[in-house]
Design a binder for this molecule. Structure first.
Ligand SMILES: O=C(O)CCC(=O)C(=O)O
Length: 335
């Protein structure tokens, strides 16, 4: 295990810094990572025909797994069309308080964000809103993401999320009572699609003990140029570095916030993982990952959702996102 937190440097204002890996930085120096991808056998609609290591072995070793050819071409097309339709139908009334993953987040003071867990809500790119609060580019290209209940409220995303192949993957990961906590359609549009800073998903959706998996589906080929995911392999063994929690402080304007400043993650720890559209990337709740801005002229749309295992684990009541009466986290195997 590497990525052990050590004392923060003066530069990052005392934030946690994370030691560089000893072995794997050479992979990222070469600009790629030799991961073994696993093939989903569409003919048999099963994962049983995987060669080499099992999903669980790889997940436990690296903290992420790529399953190629997971979605059919039709599924990719339908999900992407659904994402495009959401953008086209975005109401003009969407708040111009933008969305960002860097610190001092505009959404921290924002009920529109805080109460989005059981709704379909739109979040705009920071770089798409001028100082006068008006959009500087066309509305549909200004979208950062839509969230956080597509998995329940949108028939197309619901169909995929609760499909048998997702159930099979979660079963193979050893989940006993998986429930869907949230979902997002991420646009990362060309030119404006911003970076997603290095983070652990457990920061946002903490469970005790940690039983959280993200499933991420690129609906365009995710490349080095348009901002594919980058992972620090093995970093899921280093604990949860900070939390993003509800403040409940009547004296503070902030509704949510981080429990500590951003850890400093050396870039040499990260390996880019370009993947073809239709893949499914499994993301351990503690693995540190990020993505660059989209510097290409091609979009990089993705659908993603997060699954917790309710069996013998407690979802933290401090997490920013909470189940509601309208939408308790739906159980995967019961729907
Ligand atoms: O889509 C991306 O670029 C990043 C997604 C991600 O990191 C996440 O959902 O946790």
């Amino acid at each position: 295990m590497y990525l052990l937190p050590r004392a923060g440097s003066a530069k990052d204002g005392g934030s946690t810094s994370v030691a560089p890996p000893t072995a794997q930085s050479t992979d990222s120096d070469r600009g790629s990572h030799s991961i073994e991808t696993l093939k989903f056998d569409l003919a048999q609609d099963t994962l049983d025909s995987m060669k080499g290591s099992s999903i669980l072995d790889q997940f436990q070793k690296d903290g992420f797994v790529v399953l190629e050819n997971f979605l059919t071409e039709d599924e990719v097309k339908e999900l992407r069309q659904a994402g495009e339709a959401l953008a086209t139908d975005m109401p003009d009334s969407v708040p111009k308080g933008q969305f960002s993953t860097v610190d001092n987040l505009p959404q921290n003071k924002d009920r529109y964000f805080l109460e989005s867990g059981d709704k379909i809500r739109y979040f705009l790119e920071t770089g798409a809103v001028g100082t006068d609060g008006k959009l500087t580019i066309e509305k549909r290209r200004a979208l950062n993401k839509v969230g956080h209940a597509l998995h329940w409220l949108h028939p197309k995303f619901k169909e995929i999320t609760f499909s048998n192949k997702i159930k099979e993957v979660c079963f193979k990961l050893g989940m006993e009572e998986p429930a869907i906590a949230q979902s997002m359609y991420i646009y990362k549009n060309p030119g404006v699609g911003s970076e997603v800073c290095a983070h652990q998903d457990a920061t946002f959706l903490y469970t005790e003990p940690m039983k959280l998996v993200g499933l991420w589906f690129p609906l365009d080929d995710a490349t080095l140029q348009n901002g594919c995911l980058k992972f620090a392999p093995g970093s899921h063994g280093s604990g949860v570095h900070r939390r993003y929690v509800r403040k409940n402080d009547p004296d503070s304007e902030e509704l949510v916030g981080y429990t500590s400043p951003a850890p400093m993650y050396p870039q040499s720890n990260f390996v880019p993982v370009p993947v073809a559209k239709g893949s499914c990337v499994l993301i351990h709740g503690q693995v540190v990952h990020q993505s660059d801005p989209n510097r290409s002229s091609e979009p990089r749309h993705a659908y993603t959702f997060h699954v917790i295992d309710k069996k013998n684990s407690v979802y933290s009541p401090e997490n920013w996102l909470q189940p509601t009466e309208e939408l308790p986290f739906p159980l995967l195997f019961d729907n």
